[in-house]
Design a protein around this ligand. Structure first.
Ligand code: AMP
Length: 361
């Protein structure tokens, strides 16, 4: 079976690697001739709107999926008119726009930070009066890894933040003094079977995910699963869905969702019975899902901007190295290490050693 993937980055590459033992080949569409997934499958190199390539992808693949949110709508429509596309493009249309996303959360009774759509400077004044300070001004679309957002600590920050971001539709959110950030990786198959990985605790640096730790049995699990289940059902979702939350007291506030495999689920490659990548493929291909239970204490450290020495990473007990094959650049994710450990103490020690390697020490 061939699965088509819009995008040829590291997520597409890891999907393709997970597909190989199942006899699933992945075919990627990506404009970059050196897209890193090409080492794991065939690359159709061209624009995401190239009708000839879209038609080729739809014709050759049994089903098409995607590894990023900003696939052009016209391309999705074209693909969907020619074959199966999972998750449903409706999920993508909502997830790519922070305002639509938060409106859906609110509609489904999923708590969020306070938020207001901002189109003009006057809206921002009104928004600040409604949301209060501190607040975060974000672009509604195309923002990722903390890009396209500014924190407003006092009223004097408003002009600068607005000048930096206006030009695209914006959203103002209340700044949440969270105790921690967690995400839930959910997966649902074509027949409605939904499963959840253990809640994952995440640490971000400069808006970019630095470290994730799986927290099986976490007391916030039931709340997170309840919210994710509402989204999966409402969207008649097929595939992996990641939902990111801020925890404040005993409440979870939804920050965003990603209708795809997610960085905070990378620990599942070695740390869970079935990885998020394999389960996403199983779901979109109409195959039964695999168990989502952890096989050990597990976590992940991202390598951003540069890769540490492979030998130093692999010398850490329980560590597994994943190199994406991308040219190192400041702020760019170039690889990660997962850890599988015998208990919390060993996990903590391994993660600390890997974090020091990631930081270059
Ligand atoms: P995002 O692109 O929305 O995931 O934001 C990236 C990171 O910025 C988040 O993981 C948080 O660490 C931080 N952040 C975003 N929005 C807020 C908020 N409303 N309150 C506090 N921190 C935030």
């Amino acid at each position: 079976m061939i699965v088509g993937i819009m995008g040829g980055g590291q997520l597409a590459k890891m999907l393709a690697l997970a597909g190989q033992p199942l006899g699933i080949q992945c075919l990627f569409l990506d404009p970059a001739p050196d897209a890193c997934a090409r080492s794991a499958g065939e690359l159709l190199c061209g624009d995401y709107g190239d009708e000839g390539l879209l038609d080729q992808l739809a014709r050759r693949a049994s089903v098409v999926t995607y590894e990023f949110e900003n696939v052009p709508e016209a391309s999705l429509r074209r693909l969907a008119s020619r074959g199966a596309v999972y998750p449903d493009p409706r999920a993508l249309a909502i997830a790519r726009d922070r305002w639509h996303e938060k409106r859906l959360f609110a509609e489904l009774g999923i708590p969020t930070p306070p938020f207001v759509a901002i189109d003009t400077r006057t809206d921002l004044e009104r928004g600040l009066a409604a949301v209060g300070l501190p607040a975060v001004l974000k672009t509604r679309t195309m923002g990722y890894d903390g890009k396209g957002q500014r924190v407003l600590r006092d009223a004097a920050d408003a002009d600068g933040a607005y000048a930096a971001l206006s030009g695209s539709p914006l959203i103002l959110e209340g700044f949440v003094a969270f105790s921690r950030e967690v995400s839930l990786i959910a997966v649902r198959d074509r027949f409605g079977d939904a499963r959840f990985y253990p809640l994952t605790e995440n640490v971000h640096r400069s808006g970019v995910l630095a470290q994730s730790v799986a927290r099986p049995g976490d007391p916030m699990t039931a709340q997170a699963e309840d919210y994710a289940r509402r989204l999966l059902g409402h969207l008649d979702y097929v595939g992996v869905l990641a939902v990111e939350f801020f925890q404040k007291g005993h409440d979870l506030l939804a920050n965003e969702m990603a209708p795809r495999v997610h960085n905070s689920g990378h620990w599942t490659i070695e740390g869970a019975e079935t990885s998020q990548f394999e389960n996403h493929l199983r779901a979109v291909a109409g195959l039964p899902l695999g168990a989502t239970c952890p096989v050990a204490a597990a976590g992940m450290v991202n390598f951003v901007g540069r890769l540490p020495e492979p030998a130093a990473v692999l010398a850490v007990p329980g560590a597994h190295l994943h190199v994406y094959g991308k040219d190192p650049r400041p702020g760019r994710k170039v690889g990660h290490a997962t850890v599988r450990a015998q208990g919390e103490a060993q996990l903590r020690e391994a993660l600390a050693r890997l974090a020091a390697l990631a930081a270059g020490s």
